[in-house]
Design a protein around this ligand. Structure first.
Ligand code: SF4
Ligand code: SF4
Length: 420
């Protein structure tokens, strides 16, 4: 597409990158049919091609977007299905991220929404605040019928989860066998509060198979949640702290890889080099892997108790379109002896960071469709590799939902992660 930015605007590297992506878009619309919000709402402006046009106008004119434009941009899930579909290689995240940051700087959202976004960006990345907020949300959920929608949805969402207290954690975990590799394991924010068993499983699996593990966390968040809210300063603060933590440990121990158990976090960390231009950030970005990628060639030693268990595997959008590794985890589970089935619906489950709180109607519809598609495979349980999907699907299906690493743990000598 032709663009019309001034030389002054193009001196900003983020705008220059956005312009490059705008020029790459030939407006063919091939991405449109793959977009969950377009297929649900049927409005061109709720699809990637329409949003790209809105973003171009907003950035070129450096204007304050109308409430209508903001809502079309806000309704994007950042699922990246359009990126996988695009034959011209348009890097859509460079556009939507720039648009979100622009809106955050310029647009005046309604007060309740502004406060909700601020609260989500402040509380979720901080485990202490999150524990407190979840406790309060339980009280809020009791009062839900009389609360305004802006408070009722977050209160009801939060009240669904068990709250786990902070556990004394050893940072350094020696392998059970001769050390084969040394990895930094990223311990995230929300996951540690609502599902700490995932990190525990990851440590057991890694050390059982010869990995020396050092947990790293920075502030406790990789910055992904703030990033998707357009809160760039906070996102960079979290990212910088995590990079510094990893680099300090790396200087002592020389990691072979940096591992995450949330593909959403892995996708964000792999992009650090663009947002923070230091060599350290680039070093961390290029060496970050999802745990399924790290284990795919490891000599796993399966037992027999789990064999034949029918697992419906949901590939998170971040795994499919962000890391582009949709087949790794199901192949790994099959290799271990699970009977893995995959749903026909490959769309986003509606979690998408805090999307399910901010856009509950669309998120709820996507959640219902995903649950129906997963249950149509008649599974004994559902597995996924991203905490947001785990929580979203758990609230909608009548079978247990576990993280992939919990199944790998069970299959190789760890505890069974569900009751049946
Ligand atoms: S498929 Fe790519 S080039 Fe075509 S409209 Fe979508 S983003 Fe633009
Ligand atoms: S990221 Fe997902 S929701 Fe957003 S425009 Fe692309 S396909 Fe649509």
């Amino acid at each position: 597409m032709r663009t019309n930015f001034s030389a002054g605007q193009l001196a900003d590297p983020h705008l220059a990158e956005a312009e490059k992506q705008l020029r790459a878009c030939v407006h063919c619309g091939i991405c449109t049919a793959t977009c969950p919000t377009y297929t649900l709402l049927g409005d061109e402006l709720d699809g990637p091609r329409g949003r790209i046009q809105l973003i171009q106008h907003m950035l070129e004119t450096d204007s304050t977007p109308s409430a209508k434009v903001v809502s079309h941009i806000d309704r994007c899930l950042s699922c990246l299905a359009c990126v996988s579909a695009c034959p011209s290689g348009v890097n859509y995240p460079r556009l939507i991220d720039e648009a979100r940051a622009h809106i955050e700087r310029k647009a005046a959202r309604p007060t309740a929404r502004r406060w909700l976004r601020r609260a989500l960006g402040t509380v979720l990345p901080d485990r202490k605040k999150l524990r407190l907020a979840l406790s309060l949300a339980r009280l809020g959920a009791i009062a839900a019928p009389v609360l305004p929608k802006a408070l009722r949805i977050p209160a009801e969402t939060a009240a669904r989860f068990a709250i786990h207290g902070p556990a004394a954690k050893t940072r350094h975990h020696k392998p059970e066998t001769a050390p084969a590799k040394r990895v930094a394991l990223h311990v995230g924010c929300v996951q540690e509060v609502i599902a700490p068993q995932i990190t525990a499983s990851a440590i057991r699996v890694l050390t059982r198979h010869g990995f020396e593990v050092v947990t790293v966390e920075g502030t406790g968040c990789c910055g992904s949640l703030n990033h998707h809210l357009g809160q760039t300063t906070e996102a960079e603060r979290h990212a910088t702290a995590l990079v510094n933590d990893i680099i300090a440990e790396d200087a002592r121990r020389r990691f072979d890889a940096i591992v995450t158990t949330a593909s959403g976090c892995a996708t964000t960390i792999r992009d650090y080099g663009f947002h923070i231009t230091t060599q350290d950030a680039k070093h961390v970005a290029t060496r970050t892997r999802d745990i399924a990628e790290v284990l795919k060639d490891a000599p796993l030693q399966p037992g027999t108790a789990h064999k034949g268990t029918r697992v419906a595997y949901h590939s998170a959008c971040s795994m499919t379109h962000g890391l582009k590794q949709p087949g790794v985890a199901p192949q790994l589970l099959r290799k271990l002896g699970f009977d893995v089935v995959e749903p026909r619906d490959t769309n986003c489950c509606g979690s998408a960071g805090v999307y399910n709180v901010l856009e509950p109607d669309i998120a709820g519809e996507l959640q219902s469709r995903k649950a129906a598609s997963l249950m149509a495979t008649e599974p004994q349980l559902v597995a996924t590799g991203n905490i947001g999907c785990w929580a979203q699907i758990k609230a909608a299906v009548p079978v247990p939902v576990v993280h992939t690493i919990e199944l790998i743990d069970w299959a190789t000598g760890g505890p069974k992660p569900f009751t049946s």
